[in-house]
Design a protein around this ligand. Sequence first.
Ligand SMILES: [Zn+2]
Length: 74
Amino acid sequence: MAHNAIPREGRMVRVSFCEAGSRLLEQFAEAPPRDNTFLEPKDFSDLRNSAFVGIPEWDAFADHVQTCALCGEV
Ligand SMILES: [Zn+2]
């Protein structure tokens, strides 16, 4: 449960990721624009039910975060 420190208030996503996680998130951000390109805190708190599931870059990111002990710590 490394991602349980995600703040629920406000719109800012203040979760930190390790170097590899940051790179994966960057790759997701740089992927071709989709219908929903706004990341919300809930996307980080529920990686498998976010609007981005099915997008390869997001899946790669989600896979990493869920197996990485460093990701999700504030
Ligand atoms: Zn990580």
